[in-house]
Design a protein around this ligand. Sequence first.
Ligand SMILES: Cc1cc2nc3c(=O)[nH]c(=O)nc-3n(C[C@H](O)[C@H](O)[C@H](O)COP(=O)(O)O)c2cc1C
Length: 331
Amino acid sequence: MRLLLAPMEGLLDFVLRDVLTSIGGADRCVSEFIRITGSLLPDKVYLRTMPELHNGSCTAAGTPVRAQLLGSDAASMAANAVQLAALAPEGIDLNFGCPAKVVNRHGGGAALLQDPAAIHAVVSAVRAAVPAAMPVSAKMRLGFSDRALMLDCALAMQEAGACELVVHGRTKLDGYRPPAYWDQIARIREAVRIPVVANGEIWTVEDALRCQAESGCQDLMLGRGIVADPGLAWRIRKAVAERDGLPLPTGMRDVQWPDLLPALLRFWHLVCEDLEPRQRAGRLKQWLNLMRRAFPEAEKAYQHVRVMTDQAAITVWLDDLQQQTLLQTAA
Ligand SMILES: Cc1cc2nc3c(=O)[nH]c(=O)nc-3n(C[C@H](O)[C@H](O)[C@H](O)COP(=O)(O)O)c2cc1C
């Protein structure tokens, strides 16, 4: 089983990748999409989205990061992939799932799921343009407004040379509304020869095991679920080992709320170092907001920080929160 961290623009960026992979349990990350609209992007754009390129395409904890491109013009995607490949990413992933209106209006992201031939053109152009040893994978939804072309799209990706597919089990029209249709991912898995990774709506260990059973995929991609519960990958590994009668994974951690306080502080320091002042408090609130799903303590922390804007005051509050939690755990 492989567990991948999902690309999530504005949420799972290099800062959160750093923090989540320091907690561990994931095999690989994918960067949020880098949009190609025609011009050749300068290196600094790739390096800004994916500073891990300065570190051998790995996070500080050593987890590999694959770079994701989004675009519909095959020639321009290929030219940019060459530029990106020179920066030596672990691999290149192609986005065929983004539901954003501005992206779809220009024929990119999920809009391409209406045109398997266009998907074939993009994947084969990128595949041919980059060194043969560099993995080129693709990430898709089940379709645009329905699933009619789902298998054609997946087969187009395979025939054009994609080495792996991540399938988010919803159409563009489904948006992010539950459920994710894991049984439909099974249809794609049965139709292609390349590895398929199942994605969508995995919030708990039970979800992960059910997703594996319904999709028939061993490999999973975790999105909002691991942001809400950063120990989720380890818990899934433990449950799968117990289910299959295998030894517990090495380095296994049982991540509880007190373990997350140092991670929250590290996140805050990185956010303050690397992001614009106007984004900082919002990013902390965004993470705590998602963690409310998994931890009652996060609910309390979120309610406290919700009205705060002053960076220094937030730093003092987070330090205090960690001290109090340490004292409570020791008592
Ligand atoms: C805020 C946000 C940003 C996202 N950005 C990307 C992206 O840049 N590229 C991509 O392929 N998918 C993107 N996705 C989709 C996720 O990778 C994933 O497929 C989706 O969230 C379903 O998984 P989940 O239910 O586990 O969150 C994004 C999702 C969210 C919620």
